[in-house]
Design a binder for this molecule. Structure first.
Ligand SMILES: NC(=O)C1=CN([C@@H]2O[C@H](COP(=O)(O)OP(=O)(O)OC[C@H]3O[C@@H](n4cnc5c(N)ncnc54)[C@H](OP(=O)(O)O)[C@@H]3O)[C@@H](O)[C@H]2O)C=CC1
Ligand SMILES: Cc1cn([C@H]2C[C@H](O)[C@@H](COP(=O)(O)OP(=O)(O)O[C@H]3O[C@@H](C)C(=O)[C@@H](O)[C@H]3O)O2)c(=O)[nH]c1=O
Ligand SMILES: [Mg+2]
Length: 283
Protein backbone atom coordinates (compact mmCIF):
# COMPACT_ATOMS: atom_id res chain seq x y z
CA UNK A 1 0.00 0.00 0.00
CA UNK A 2 1.29 3.40 -0.93
CA UNK A 3 1.91 6.63 0.93
CA UNK A 4 -0.35 9.31 -0.57
CA UNK A 5 1.41 12.67 -0.97
CA UNK A 6 -0.47 15.95 -1.47
CA UNK A 7 1.74 18.05 -3.76
CA UNK A 8 3.36 17.19 -7.05
CA UNK A 9 5.26 20.25 -8.21
CA UNK A 10 6.57 21.60 -4.89
CA UNK A 11 10.15 21.36 -3.59
CA UNK A 12 9.44 18.66 -0.99
CA UNK A 13 6.81 16.84 -3.08
CA UNK A 14 9.27 16.37 -5.96
CA UNK A 15 11.75 14.75 -3.57
CA UNK A 16 9.04 12.51 -2.10
CA UNK A 17 8.13 11.35 -5.60
CA UNK A 18 11.49 9.54 -5.97
CA UNK A 19 11.15 7.63 -2.66
CA UNK A 20 9.64 4.11 -2.53
CA UNK A 21 5.88 3.57 -2.64
CA UNK A 22 4.81 7.20 -2.84
CA UNK A 23 1.91 8.45 -4.94
CA UNK A 24 1.97 12.24 -5.44
CA UNK A 25 -1.18 14.09 -6.45
CA UNK A 26 -1.40 17.69 -7.68
CA UNK A 27 -4.11 20.32 -7.70
CA UNK A 28 -5.89 18.70 -10.66
CA UNK A 29 -6.64 15.67 -8.44
CA UNK A 30 -7.13 17.57 -5.16
CA UNK A 31 -7.30 21.36 -4.88
CA UNK A 32 -6.54 22.42 -1.32
CA UNK A 33 -8.95 25.35 -1.67
CA UNK A 34 -11.59 22.59 -1.73
CA UNK A 35 -11.08 20.65 1.52
CA UNK A 36 -13.74 18.06 0.63
CA UNK A 37 -11.80 17.09 -2.52
CA UNK A 38 -8.74 16.34 -0.34
CA UNK A 39 -10.71 14.08 2.00
CA UNK A 40 -12.28 12.36 -1.04
CA UNK A 41 -8.84 11.66 -2.55
CA UNK A 42 -7.78 9.90 0.67
CA UNK A 43 -10.94 7.78 0.72
CA UNK A 44 -10.41 6.93 -2.97
CA UNK A 45 -6.78 5.79 -2.66
CA UNK A 46 -7.03 4.19 0.80
CA UNK A 47 -3.28 4.68 1.39
CA UNK A 48 -1.20 3.32 4.28
CA UNK A 49 -0.34 6.90 5.29
CA UNK A 50 -0.66 10.49 4.05
CA UNK A 51 2.03 13.17 3.78
CA UNK A 52 0.81 16.71 3.10
CA UNK A 53 3.58 18.53 1.18
CA UNK A 54 1.28 21.08 -0.47
CA UNK A 55 0.84 24.56 0.95
CA UNK A 56 0.35 28.25 0.24
CA UNK A 57 4.00 29.32 0.72
CA UNK A 58 4.05 32.90 -0.61
CA UNK A 59 4.79 34.61 2.72
CA UNK A 60 4.32 38.23 1.60
CA UNK A 61 1.34 37.56 -0.70
CA UNK A 62 -0.47 35.87 2.20
CA UNK A 63 -0.63 39.22 4.02
CA UNK A 64 -3.29 40.43 1.56
CA UNK A 65 -4.72 36.97 0.78
CA UNK A 66 -5.14 35.46 4.24
CA UNK A 67 -8.52 33.85 3.55
CA UNK A 68 -7.07 31.74 0.69
CA UNK A 69 -3.91 30.96 2.66
CA UNK A 70 -6.05 29.77 5.58
CA UNK A 71 -8.22 27.57 3.36
CA UNK A 72 -5.11 25.91 1.87
CA UNK A 73 -2.90 25.75 4.98
CA UNK A 74 -5.56 25.40 7.68
CA UNK A 75 -8.88 23.99 6.48
CA UNK A 76 -7.56 21.46 3.93
CA UNK A 77 -5.04 19.75 6.29
CA UNK A 78 -7.86 19.51 8.86
CA UNK A 79 -10.10 17.69 6.38
CA UNK A 80 -7.20 15.41 5.38
CA UNK A 81 -6.55 14.56 9.05
CA UNK A 82 -10.21 13.76 9.65
CA UNK A 83 -10.28 11.42 6.64
CA UNK A 84 -7.06 9.76 7.88
CA UNK A 85 -8.45 9.36 11.41
CA UNK A 86 -11.62 7.75 10.04
CA UNK A 87 -9.53 5.24 8.06
CA UNK A 88 -7.13 4.67 10.97
CA UNK A 89 -4.05 5.76 9.01
CA UNK A 90 -1.38 8.27 10.09
CA UNK A 91 -0.78 11.72 8.59
CA UNK A 92 2.43 13.76 8.38
CA UNK A 93 1.77 17.50 8.19
CA UNK A 94 4.71 19.77 7.33
CA UNK A 95 4.77 23.05 9.23
CA UNK A 96 7.13 25.97 9.71
CA UNK A 97 9.38 28.00 12.00
CA UNK A 98 7.13 30.97 11.13
CA UNK A 99 4.61 29.81 13.79
CA UNK A 100 7.07 31.29 16.32
CA UNK A 101 7.42 34.98 17.17
CA UNK A 102 11.19 34.69 17.07
CA UNK A 103 12.33 36.58 20.16
CA UNK A 104 15.42 35.55 22.15
CA UNK A 105 18.20 33.24 21.08
CA UNK A 106 17.16 29.93 22.61
CA UNK A 107 16.16 27.20 20.14
CA UNK A 108 12.39 26.65 20.14
CA UNK A 109 11.05 23.44 21.66
CA UNK A 110 8.07 21.74 19.96
CA UNK A 111 5.75 22.60 22.87
CA UNK A 112 6.81 26.26 23.19
CA UNK A 113 4.09 28.88 22.77
CA UNK A 114 3.33 29.75 19.15
CA UNK A 115 2.73 33.41 18.21
CA UNK A 116 2.99 33.89 14.44
CA UNK A 117 4.03 37.34 13.21
CA UNK A 118 2.17 37.15 9.90
CA UNK A 119 -0.67 35.64 7.89
CA UNK A 120 1.35 32.71 6.50
CA UNK A 121 2.43 31.67 10.02
CA UNK A 122 -1.14 32.04 11.32
CA UNK A 123 -2.50 29.89 8.47
CA UNK A 124 0.11 27.17 9.10
CA UNK A 125 -0.68 27.26 12.83
CA UNK A 126 -4.38 26.80 11.98
CA UNK A 127 -3.31 23.68 10.04
CA UNK A 128 -1.38 22.33 13.03
CA UNK A 129 -4.37 22.79 15.33
CA UNK A 130 -6.83 21.23 12.86
CA UNK A 131 -4.60 18.16 12.41
CA UNK A 132 -4.30 17.71 16.20
CA UNK A 133 -8.05 18.22 16.70
CA UNK A 134 -8.90 15.44 14.22
CA UNK A 135 -7.65 13.02 16.88
CA UNK A 136 -5.83 10.52 14.64
CA UNK A 137 -2.21 9.36 14.55
CA UNK A 138 -0.07 12.19 13.17
CA UNK A 139 3.25 13.98 13.14
CA UNK A 140 3.45 17.72 12.67
CA UNK A 141 6.97 18.30 11.40
CA UNK A 142 8.10 21.91 11.58
CA UNK A 143 10.96 22.72 9.24
CA UNK A 144 12.57 25.93 7.97
CA UNK A 145 14.30 27.71 5.09
CA UNK A 146 13.62 25.02 2.47
CA UNK A 147 15.95 24.86 -0.52
CA UNK A 148 16.36 22.53 -3.50
CA UNK A 149 17.29 22.43 -7.17
CA UNK A 150 13.58 22.89 -8.01
CA UNK A 151 11.05 25.66 -7.56
CA UNK A 152 11.59 29.07 -6.04
CA UNK A 153 13.96 29.32 -3.10
CA UNK A 154 16.81 31.35 -1.58
CA UNK A 155 19.62 29.31 -3.23
CA UNK A 156 18.22 29.90 -6.71
CA UNK A 157 17.58 33.59 -5.98
CA UNK A 158 21.18 34.02 -4.76
CA UNK A 159 22.63 32.24 -7.81
CA UNK A 160 20.69 34.62 -10.06
CA UNK A 161 21.55 37.80 -8.15
CA UNK A 162 25.14 36.71 -7.47
CA UNK A 163 25.80 36.32 -11.20
CA UNK A 164 24.40 39.81 -11.91
CA UNK A 165 25.98 41.84 -9.10
CA UNK A 166 29.29 42.55 -7.36
CA UNK A 167 27.70 42.86 -3.93
CA UNK A 168 24.41 42.14 -2.20
CA UNK A 169 22.80 43.28 1.07
CA UNK A 170 21.46 40.31 3.03
CA UNK A 171 19.80 40.22 6.45
CA UNK A 172 22.12 39.00 9.19
CA UNK A 173 19.80 39.17 12.22
CA UNK A 174 17.44 36.33 11.21
CA UNK A 175 18.99 33.06 12.39
CA UNK A 176 17.76 29.58 11.44
CA UNK A 177 18.52 26.26 9.84
CA UNK A 178 18.55 25.98 6.03
CA UNK A 179 16.97 22.63 5.14
CA UNK A 180 17.17 20.71 1.86
CA UNK A 181 13.86 19.47 0.47
CA UNK A 182 15.45 16.05 -0.10
CA UNK A 183 16.30 15.79 3.61
CA UNK A 184 12.75 16.79 4.59
CA UNK A 185 11.26 14.24 2.18
CA UNK A 186 13.45 11.47 3.62
CA UNK A 187 12.47 12.46 7.17
CA UNK A 188 8.73 12.58 6.37
CA UNK A 189 8.95 9.20 4.66
CA UNK A 190 10.69 7.58 7.64
CA UNK A 191 8.26 9.18 10.08
CA UNK A 192 5.22 8.01 8.10
CA UNK A 193 6.50 4.42 8.05
CA UNK A 194 7.22 4.49 11.79
CA UNK A 195 3.78 5.94 12.60
CA UNK A 196 2.08 3.09 10.73
CA UNK A 197 3.59 0.62 13.24
CA UNK A 198 3.80 2.98 16.22
CA UNK A 199 0.90 5.48 16.26
CA UNK A 200 1.88 6.39 19.83
CA UNK A 201 4.74 8.44 18.32
CA UNK A 202 2.06 11.01 17.46
CA UNK A 203 3.14 14.58 18.22
CA UNK A 204 4.82 17.79 17.09
CA UNK A 205 8.48 17.68 16.05
CA UNK A 206 11.23 19.91 14.67
CA UNK A 207 13.57 19.22 11.77
CA UNK A 208 16.02 21.76 10.36
CA UNK A 209 19.48 21.76 8.81
CA UNK A 210 22.55 22.37 10.99
CA UNK A 211 24.32 24.50 12.00
CA UNK A 212 22.04 27.49 12.53
CA UNK A 213 23.21 30.55 10.61
CA UNK A 214 21.98 33.89 9.27
CA UNK A 215 20.65 34.38 5.74
CA UNK A 216 23.80 36.44 5.10
CA UNK A 217 26.03 33.54 6.22
CA UNK A 218 24.02 31.21 4.02
CA UNK A 219 24.37 33.56 1.03
CA UNK A 220 28.15 33.62 1.53
CA UNK A 221 28.24 29.80 1.59
CA UNK A 222 26.22 29.67 -1.65
CA UNK A 223 28.53 32.13 -3.43
CA UNK A 224 31.62 30.31 -2.14
CA UNK A 225 30.34 26.90 -3.25
CA UNK A 226 29.29 28.29 -6.67
CA UNK A 227 32.53 30.25 -7.16
CA UNK A 228 30.62 33.53 -7.58
CA UNK A 229 32.45 36.76 -6.84
CA UNK A 230 29.73 38.62 -4.98
CA UNK A 231 30.39 40.31 -1.63
CA UNK A 232 27.67 39.91 1.00
CA UNK A 233 27.00 42.92 3.25
CA UNK A 234 25.29 42.13 6.56
CA UNK A 235 22.19 44.26 7.10
CA UNK A 236 19.48 44.30 9.80
CA UNK A 237 15.95 43.22 8.86
CA UNK A 238 14.86 46.84 9.29
CA UNK A 239 16.92 47.66 6.16
CA UNK A 240 15.06 45.03 4.10
CA UNK A 241 11.37 45.97 4.46
CA UNK A 242 8.85 43.31 3.45
CA UNK A 243 5.04 43.13 3.77
CA UNK A 244 5.32 40.22 6.24
CA UNK A 245 7.50 40.40 9.32
CA UNK A 246 9.87 37.39 9.68
CA UNK A 247 11.01 35.88 13.01
CA UNK A 248 14.56 36.82 14.07
CA UNK A 249 15.11 33.63 16.06
CA UNK A 250 14.16 30.59 13.94
CA UNK A 251 16.48 28.19 15.81
CA UNK A 252 14.60 24.94 16.50
CA UNK A 253 15.59 22.19 18.94
CA UNK A 254 15.34 18.94 16.98
CA UNK A 255 16.18 16.63 19.91
CA UNK A 256 12.83 14.84 20.18
CA UNK A 257 12.89 14.03 16.44
CA UNK A 258 16.19 12.24 17.02
CA UNK A 259 15.00 10.52 20.21
CA UNK A 260 11.65 9.37 18.83
CA UNK A 261 12.44 8.58 15.19
CA UNK A 262 16.26 8.24 15.12
CA UNK A 263 16.46 11.12 12.63
CA UNK A 264 19.36 13.57 13.06
CA UNK A 265 19.67 17.16 11.89
CA UNK A 266 21.18 17.10 8.39
CA UNK A 267 24.29 19.21 7.71
CA UNK A 268 23.11 21.85 5.23
CA UNK A 269 26.58 22.37 3.71
CA UNK A 270 26.57 18.81 2.31
CA UNK A 271 23.03 19.23 0.99
CA UNK A 272 23.95 22.58 -0.58
CA UNK A 273 26.87 20.93 -2.39
CA UNK A 274 24.45 18.37 -3.84
CA UNK A 275 21.90 21.01 -4.88
CA UNK A 276 24.53 23.06 -6.73
CA UNK A 277 25.77 19.89 -8.42
CA UNK A 278 22.20 19.12 -9.55
CA UNK A 279 21.89 22.67 -10.88
CA UNK A 280 25.27 22.47 -12.66
CA UNK A 281 26.32 25.51 -10.59
CA UNK A 282 29.31 24.13 -8.64
CA UNK A 283 32.60 25.99 -9.06
N1 LIG B 1 9.50 26.85 1.33
C1 LIG B 1 9.97 27.02 2.58
O1 LIG B 1 10.96 27.74 2.79
C2 LIG B 1 9.33 26.32 3.73
C3 LIG B 1 8.26 25.48 3.57
N2 LIG B 1 7.68 24.87 4.66
C4 LIG B 1 6.56 23.97 4.46
O2 LIG B 1 7.03 22.83 3.77
C5 LIG B 1 5.99 22.29 2.94
C6 LIG B 1 6.51 22.12 1.53
O3 LIG B 1 6.92 23.39 1.04
P1 LIG B 1 7.64 23.55 -0.38
O4 LIG B 1 7.94 22.23 -0.95
O5 LIG B 1 8.71 24.57 -0.21
O6 LIG B 1 6.46 24.24 -1.20
P2 LIG B 1 6.50 24.89 -2.67
O7 LIG B 1 6.18 26.34 -2.51
O8 LIG B 1 7.73 24.48 -3.39
O9 LIG B 1 5.27 24.16 -3.36
C7 LIG B 1 3.98 24.30 -2.88
C8 LIG B 1 3.17 23.11 -3.37
O10 LIG B 1 1.84 23.27 -2.89
C9 LIG B 1 0.97 23.14 -3.99
N3 LIG B 1 -0.25 23.92 -3.79
C10 LIG B 1 -0.37 25.23 -3.46
N4 LIG B 1 -1.67 25.58 -3.44
C11 LIG B 1 -2.38 24.47 -3.76
C12 LIG B 1 -3.76 24.20 -3.94
N5 LIG B 1 -4.70 25.14 -3.74
N6 LIG B 1 -4.13 22.95 -4.27
C13 LIG B 1 -3.21 21.98 -4.48
N7 LIG B 1 -1.89 22.18 -4.35
C14 LIG B 1 -1.48 23.41 -4.00
C15 LIG B 1 1.74 23.67 -5.17
O11 LIG B 1 1.14 23.22 -6.36
P3 LIG B 1 1.04 24.17 -7.68
O12 LIG B 1 2.37 24.05 -8.38
O13 LIG B 1 -0.06 23.57 -8.45
O14 LIG B 1 0.77 25.57 -7.20
C16 LIG B 1 3.11 23.05 -4.89
O15 LIG B 1 3.13 21.70 -5.27
C17 LIG B 1 4.81 23.26 3.10
O16 LIG B 1 3.97 22.76 4.11
C18 LIG B 1 5.44 24.55 3.60
O17 LIG B 1 4.54 25.34 4.37
C19 LIG B 1 8.16 25.02 5.92
C20 LIG B 1 9.24 25.82 6.16
C21 LIG B 1 9.93 26.52 5.07
C1 LIG C 1 16.58 38.21 -2.08
C2 LIG C 1 17.03 38.73 -0.72
C3 LIG C 1 16.42 38.28 0.44
N1 LIG C 1 16.80 38.75 1.64
C4 LIG C 1 16.17 38.25 2.87
C5 LIG C 1 14.65 38.36 2.97
C6 LIG C 1 14.33 37.25 3.95
O1 LIG C 1 14.44 37.76 5.27
C7 LIG C 1 15.40 36.21 3.71
C8 LIG C 1 14.94 34.98 2.95
O2 LIG C 1 14.20 35.36 1.81
P1 LIG C 1 13.01 34.43 1.27
O3 LIG C 1 12.25 35.20 0.27
O4 LIG C 1 13.55 33.11 0.89
O5 LIG C 1 12.18 34.32 2.62
P2 LIG C 1 10.82 33.60 2.92
O6 LIG C 1 10.06 33.38 1.67
O7 LIG C 1 10.18 34.33 4.01
O8 LIG C 1 11.28 32.17 3.45
C9 LIG C 1 10.37 31.48 4.30
O9 LIG C 1 9.45 30.77 3.50
C10 LIG C 1 8.42 30.16 4.25
C11 LIG C 1 7.54 29.39 3.27
C12 LIG C 1 8.88 29.40 5.44
O10 LIG C 1 8.16 28.55 5.96
C13 LIG C 1 10.15 29.85 6.13
O11 LIG C 1 10.80 28.80 6.82
C14 LIG C 1 11.12 30.55 5.22
O12 LIG C 1 11.89 29.65 4.44
O13 LIG C 1 16.44 36.87 2.97
C15 LIG C 1 17.84 39.70 1.74
O14 LIG C 1 18.19 40.14 2.84
N2 LIG C 1 18.47 40.13 0.60
C16 LIG C 1 18.10 39.70 -0.64
O15 LIG C 1 18.69 40.14 -1.66
MG1 LIG D 1 9.95 32.30 -0.31
Amino acid sequence: MAILVFGETGQVARELAVLPDTLCIGRDAADLRDAASCAAAIRLHKPAAVINAAAYTAVDAAETDEAQATLVNGTAPGAMAQACAALGIPMVQISTDYVFAGHGETPWQPDDATTPLGAYGRSKLAGEMAVRDAGGAHAILRTSWVVSAHGANFVKTMLRLGAERDSLNVVADQIGGPTAAADIAAACHRIALQLIDAPDKTGTYHFSGAPDCSWADFARAIFDEAGLNCAVHDIPSSDYPTPAKRPLNSRMDCGTTHKTFGIERPQWQASLTQILKDLGASK
